[in-house]
Design a protein around this ligand. Structure first.
Ligand SMILES: C[S@@+](CC[C@H](N)C(=O)[O-])C[C@H]1O[C@@H](n2cnc3c(N)ncnc32)[C@H](O)[C@@H]1O
Length: 305
């Protein structure tokens, strides 16, 4: 186990490790990218990748064990998340059903099903080219003051500006670190950053069950979060734990404001919509279907694009 004040990483299977080291209701955010159960160690032949900088020993899970494996670690995630804590799981489509089954067996609730679109799919002849991952966003129901964190305004002062940043179809850039040692299937840290920033605060604890190149760990530490990670492959553990000490913590980003002219334009449009709605309400005093939906889903905000 490597432990500095702000991180702890264990060279251990994550379900067992969480049972041993992580307390109930103690984690604010889990961002994780499990092995896909599709012989991940043998895919490179299709991708024509230069594997000389990739750490050997990547551990995948046999398909016959994938359902039980998913149930095991996802049950632990549900236990360790605090009420209102968030969980993001990156998954391919082949074994997505096992992950969804495991999630549905917990008391977690689904928040979003995000599609991460990439442009490095393997070329195919007789079918469409796979070019997306699923990012499953679930959370433990809030309890009392322990609410779910979602910083809609971490980047832009006006929520309208983050609309496009928060679409449920996201671009997934390729991890591109020429010359650097990497994990197989290593994610791009800019991609992870978005989820860390929206779903946690400085000082929170972020956990990654399948650390790999410790991309989640570096991202969490960069933005002032604490980190707990697990990685079963000793080669990856030895190669990437030292990189956590190289992270330079960054100050909170300053949210960007639209200029005065743009704000005035929006306020004029919004005023128009408010008037339209008031007019409609007068002509049809019963609640519209849209009002009924909004009352049942207080998280929904006006669609004013
Ligand atoms: C898809 S990769 C994660 C990649 C990581 N997100 C990154 O950006 O580098 C999955 C990782 O889980 C590790 N792994 C497999 N089974 C595990 C287990 N039971 N516990 C912990 N790690 C495991 C694999 O060795 C692999 O490094």
């Amino acid at each position: 186990m490597q432990s500095k004040n702000r991180y702890q990483v264990y060279n251990q299977s994550c379900a067992e490790g969480m049972r041993e080291h992580v307390k109930d209701n103690s984690i604010d955010l889990i961002f994780t990218d499990p092995p896909y159960g599709i012989d991940g160690d043998g895919l490179d032949v299709h991708y024509h990748r230069d594997e000389s900088k990739v750490v050997s020993g990547y551990i995948d899970v046999p398909l016959s064990q994938y359902a039980k494996f998913s149930q095991d670690w996802i049950t632990e995630c549900a236990r360790v998340l605090r009420p209102g804590g968030s969980l993001y799981i990156v998954s391919g489509y082949s074994n997505l059903h096992h992950i969804l089954n495991a999630l549905h067996a917990t008391d977690l609730e689904e928040i979003n099903h995000i599609i991460a679109k990439y442009s490095f799919g393997v070329s195919t002849k007789n079918k469409f080219v796979s070019s997306h991952y699923h990012v499953l966003f679930w959370a433990k129901p809030s309890k009392g003051a322990l609410k779910r964190t979602f910083n809609s305004n971490y980047k832009y002062t006006d929520q309208k500006d983050s609309y496009h940043d928060r679409l449920s179809v996201q671009d997934m850039p390729r991890a591109h670190n020429p010359g650097q040692t990497k994990n197989k299937n290593q994610l791009n840290e800019d991609f992870i950053e978005k989820f860390v920033m929206y779903s946690s605060n400085r000082g929170d604890t972020v956990l990654d069950c399948f650390g790999g190149g410790l991309t989640t760990g570096r991202t969490a530490l960069r933005w002032g979060r604490n980190f707990i990670g697990f990685e079963l492959n000793k080669n990856a553990y030895d190669a990437f734990v030292p990189t956590l000490d190289t992270v330079e913590e960054q100050p909170d980003p300053i949210p960007v404001s639209p200029n005065a002219k743009e704000l005035a334009k929006r306020e004029k449009m919004r005023e128009g919509w408010r008037k339209d709605r008031a007019k409609k309400k007068l002509s049809a005093p019963n609640d519209s279907p849209a009002d009924t939906i909004k009352m049942a889903n207080p998280d929904l905000i006006e669609f004013d694009q």
